[in-house]
Design a binder for this molecule. Structure first.
Ligand code: ADP
Ligand code: MG
Length: 682
């Protein structure tokens, strides 16, 4: 007898060849197969008479092939099979392109169901390349048909058949990871029913029942996992930090902190004193001054005799934090080292030595900080900047380098409140809702490329009055290949340098450059010797050059609003008036509207909500930036109500049985979900 781990190649009708193709879709076992959900459905239930086929509409019709189909070769690579089908109401002329086999597979006198877009009028109806099925078969027609994402060597029909077979095989095997009482309390159907109907719903109600149940399950497991992470931490103890005098730190700053910054620091101090490891998110719009909050925490940790690590998502950002913080901390007698992937062997060895011996109290770097050979003498605080770029697991990996160090996470991604609850469900949150004083509104314009000349003139004027500018270059996909970042940026920079700004210094950075080169360019830009910096979105997060006052974004329509907001946040960081110019030739009404939002508001939260509204939730988190396990059916931004329900159910269950002793299958599924993400819960 089969079990859910059975290799798909043993399923009837699959075999070696198809198993290989399925593996490309990540389907290896029976379990993988049934959890491969349709991306859409096609309602092919209605079967109509030929005379009732509507011009331009998709429908099924049941008709008899009236005469032998004819095959004609128009030219090389173009073969037509034509046939006439009839029912008692009329005739339908059908054409197949390049499906020569249809000539012999469709037999005169037999009846088939044809599904496709009908064309023509009362007198003459036609269909091109319809889906064909023998009458009575009802796999591809006459029902709601699932549409799966495909790969070469696997057709919809193959998957549908495999799915039917697979579901039949495991009908009796499907244990339910949702405890019965949770299921009934929330009015959810059984796992078996849900799996069957998510693939082959008989009607909309069945589909929505199935979907609701599977979404709930996924969110429920997610909530339990996060709760476990949190529990595990709450049970931990650590030496509370003593009262720390930060006066010297405050005096070393060139400005006084905002109220919001002070409040966040206050929250952190309370956590430090609690005797439990801190796990706090500091959320604040771009430019709100999160770095100094981190610095205060770092000083406090060091004053308590511990080490601190600050992890940034890119080398540029790590480098910049180092440039900014090292001198400040040095003044307070604190030694920092920079740790990135591009140190020489010697530099690296030296930095590691200093950390291991405790000669350096602070490490600033990229995820090089969590590589295996990095050992700290006594790591007491871990700060991750722009956390959405890191997985929950990477955070824990860094934490594992200390004895339950305090965790501080900084993020500029404005996330609607409801979502923050689950996404950061394992964190406490401080919000910095105030910008440092004196910030001016960044004037934002959305223009077409017809304005290029004026834009360049404007840049020239700004530069001649001592300012600097960013130009974000989009990456054009040539011939469907992966966009070549290096080529796009270097060619664009060359053009600007030679043809537009021969008298200025144009520099460029992109993600494929060696860190050393990047550093050199960023340093030159920060020092003002490079006046115009051409870049990809590598400057999107965190980069801070207060003298830069213009941000030009080419092909701005290719970016999400939140991303544009981040980019815009690179300017307006100093005293001077700043500008953001979004260039796009896209005429799509919705796109123009989106860009217009940018010209109207500077509020990151509002922009995020607008983004959500206009682009739909699918894109919101682009590239799974939230760092949570991948969800297959649930959509964190769509299923908010269900999310809340699932979260509450998870809490109730965890209260009653914290170790999930009575629910081993639930526990197993949670573990699997987080494992796939590289996180372990135990
Ligand atoms: P973000 O929250 O985006 O990380 P940063 O920490 O990079 O913001 O701060 C943005 C800029 O504001 C930096 O140039 C920083 O020195 C400056 N800054 C931070 N706090 C204050 C403050 N309280 N008053 C004036 N300027 C500040
Ligand atoms: Mg920052």
């Amino acid at each position: 007898m089969a079990d859910l781990g059975t290799d798909v190649r043993y399923i009837k009708g699959i075999g070696e060849q198809k198993a290989k193709a399925l593996a490309k879709l990540g389907i290896r076992t029976l379990q993988d197969l049934i959890a491969y959900f349709p991306r859409a459905y096609d309602d092919r239930r209605a079967v109509v008479k030929i005379k009732d086929l509507q011009d331009g509409e998709n429908a099924c019709t049941e008709a008899m092939v009236a005469a032998a189909p004819t095959l004609s070769r128009i030219r090389k690579g173009l073969e037509l099979v034509k046939l006439r089908a009839v029912d008692e109401s009329g005739t339908l002329d059908i054409t197949f392109f390049n499906q020569a086999y249809r000539k012999n597979s469709l037999i005169p006198g037999e009846t088939y169901i044809f599904y496709g877009k009908a064309e023509g009028n009362l007198l003459r109806k036609t269909m091109t390349n319809p889906v064909v099925e023998k009458e009575g078969q009802r796999q591809l027609t006459g029902r709601i048909v699932p549409i799966y994402p495909l790969t070469a060597g696997i057709s919809q029909l193959t998957l549908i058949r495999a799915m039917e077979q697979g579901l039949a095989e495991c009908r009796d095997l499907l244990a339910d990871p949702l405890p019965d009482k949770v299921r009934t309390a929330h009015g959810l159907c059984h796992a078996g029913y849900a799996y069957e109907k998510i693939h082959f719903p008989g009607d909309e109600k069945e589909l929505s029942d199935a979907r609701r149940r599977l979404v709930f399950e996924e969110l429920f497991l997610l909530a339990i996992g996060l709760k476990k992470l949190r529990r595990r931490r709450d049970g931990l103890q650590c030496q509370p930090f003593g009262d720390t005098d930060l006066t010297a730190f405050y005096q070393a700053l060139p400005f006084s902190l905002t109220g919001a910054q002070r409040r966040a620091i206050g929250d952190i101090m309370k956590d430090f004193a609690s005797g439990r490891p801190m796990n706090r998110l500091v959320q604040g719009d771009v430019g709100s001054g999160k770095t100094m909050v981190a610095a205060a925490a770092i000083v406090c940790a060091v004053r308590n005799g511990r080490q601190a690590a600050l992890m940034a998502p890119t080398e540029i950002l790590a480098e910049q934090h180092y440039q900014g913080l090292a001198p400040l901390l040095e003044k307070l007698g604190i030694t920092c080292v920079l740790l990135t992937g591009s140190l020489t062997v010697r530099q690296r060895r030296e930095a590691l030595g200093q950390l291991a011996q405790g000669e350096a109290q602070v490490a600033i770097g990229t995820h090089a900080l969590i590589s295996e050979d990095v050992a700290y003498q006594d790591l007491g605080l871990v700060v991750t900047d722009e956390q959405h770029r890191f997985g929950v697991g990477q955070r824990s990996a860094l934490a594992a380098k200390g004895r339950h160090p305090h965790l501080l996470v900084m993020s500029a991604t404005p996330i609607p409140r409801t979502l923050a609850l689950i996404i950061y469900g394992d964190l406490d949150v401080s919000v910095i809702d105030e910008l440092p004083p004196g910030r001016q509104k960044i004037d934002t314009f959305a223009v077409t490329s017809a304005y290029h000349r004026r834009v360049w003139e404007f840049l020239r004027r700004e530069v001649s009055s001592g300012r600097q500018a960013y130009v974000i270059c989009s990456m054009v996909e040539e011939n469907d290949t992966i966009p070549d970042e290096r080529k796009a940026v270097t060619e664009y920079a060359k053009m600007l340098q030679e043809q537009v700004f021969p008298e200025l210094k144009v520099g460029y950075v992109h993600g494929r450059m060696k860190a050393k080169e990047k550093e050199a360019v960023m340093a030159a830009f920060a020092a003002g010797t490079v006046q115009i910096l051409v870049s990809t979105t590598v400057v999107e997060v965190g980069v801070d050059v207060p003298n830069a006052t213009v941000m030009v974004v080419e092909d701005a329509d290719r970016f999400g609003l939140s991303q544009l907001h981040q980019l815009r946040g690179r300017v307006g960081r100093g005293k001077e008036k700043s500008y953001c110019i979004l260039i796009s030739d896209n005429r799509n009404e919705e796109t123009r509207q989106r860009l217009k939002v940018m010209t109207k508001t500077a509020d990151g939260f509002q922009i995020a909500e607008e983004d959500l509204r206009l682009r739909g939730p699918g894109d919101f988190f682009g590239h799974r930036q939230h760092g949570l396990p991948a969800l297959k059916v649930a959509d964190l931004t769509c299923d908010v109500a269900l999310l809340q329900e699932a979260r509450e159910a998870a809490e109730t269950l965890m209260e009653e049985d914290p170790a999930l002793k009575q629910y081993p299958l639930t526990a197993l599924r949670v573990a699997q979900m987080f494992e796939a993400k590289g996180d372990t819960l135990n």
